[in-house]
Design a protein around this ligand. Sequence first.
Ligand code: ADP
Length: 510
Amino acid sequence: MKKRQPLISSESQFVAMAAQAPAMVWVSGPDKVPVYFNEGWLAFRGRTLQDEVGNGWFEGMHPQDADRFLNEYSLSFKSRQEFKIRCRIEKHDKEFRWVVHHGVPQFNEEGDFLGYAVSCMDVQELFMLNNELEETILERTLDLAESEHRLRTIVESAPFPIGVYEGREMRIVMANKSIIEVWGKGSNIVGKRYREVLPELESQGIYEQLDRVYMTGEPYHARNQQIDLVVDGQMGSFFFNYSFTPIYDTNGHIYGVINTAADVTDLQTALQKIEKSQEELRQIDQQKDDFIGIASHELKTPLTTLTGIVQLLHRKLQDSPDPFISGAMIRANNQIKKMISLIHSFLNISRLESGTIVIESERFSINKLIKEMVEEIQMTSPYHDIIYSDCEPVTVYADHEKIGSVISNLLSNAVKYSPRGKNIEVKCVRSGDMLLTSVADEGMGIKPEDVEKIFDRYYRVESDHTRSISGFGIGLYLSAEIVKRHGGRIWLESEKGIGSTFYFTLPVAD
Ligand code: ADP
């Protein structure tokens, strides 16, 4: 048998050392029976050496640990190997404490087995600490599981597409119903790689965007982005607002990307339609502009000639004994005036569009102009009463003809858009250095949504009623431009079915 070195050369030397050791130490003979307990142990137990040696010490063994201890202890005596056995031992305060017995086999110089020298460590604190740690770890694990569950619930129930991809290879770990529908590749996609599921994105720059987010941590956002997808086997174009946002682990390392998206295809298609019809409207307006430009120029000369002839005839024939002839000449003259004013507005529109409109200002009495216009319109509108109570004489510095056309336009609209037999009231009041003129009718009125657009070029209210009334939708646009160019303001108050009042201001010239 191989000769073993004794750990401690003499028993007395060992006992002396053990007695002073701050630890708990005990010694057993080869028959397993403890023969010695040091001061540390006795103090821990609150008992004497006599109490402990032999089987006495075992009274302090926790009943639940007794069998296991004896079992492992006996096995060690057979194998004569070092042992470490954990058990609870009763302390002097009657509380059980967790301790660890660390036994080292002892041999004499001849190599005979002498038993074990056992050091015993109170590990209660450690044990508690460990338990606590285990508990926190367990709690954390539960927390983590719960937050993961919560995340899953959020992702699943979100009404918009969400996908979660992990690793640089972008493995799909979560994909909600909404994103599964958008992709149109069936629901069996979790666990697959993004590229594998969506190969059609190869040339659309998406893989690169994802990789950049994963590598740099910078989120990526796209708006109204066209994406071509093979949905249920068919290639189609869609529009999305989408985001790729990095996700970090507890160490602050990126481990994946969250993809949220909103399918804005319907919106985008609607927008495109609107844009298209807006473009069409713009083109129609352009055609109208062009036509008006040409027509007004072409009509100007013959109309001037015609006006001359009609006025001449009117003078010559006004005393005709035939009442039909004199009446016809009055009507012809009135219709020509209407045409002239229409051609004037056409010309003014063209000038406005080309930026060549000029305001030729002069001093004149606005009261006189209003009175003239009221009389002129009254003459051709026998079915309406235009009430004008003269206001104090006010001089303005303005374009006489253009302001005349503003008043004439408001008056003829009041006539056009109110039924026969109704009154129209024209007022003017001076307020500080401004003159406020108003034209009020008792007509059909204007809905609030139309009020906003009524001064737009070519805008006419769409209704069965207005459709039968002729007009180009340029009168108010021109009037507003003219008033604005004079430093004034134009607006209206209206109630559907009750009537409208148009107002405009002009600076007074004193
Ligand atoms: P037009 O009368 O030639 O159509 P306007 O620019 O003068 O063009 O008027 C624009 C639109 O505003 C008209 O088509 C009409 O629908 C509405 N409108 C103008 N004046 C009145 C009014 N006094 N009462 C009701 N609607 C009016």
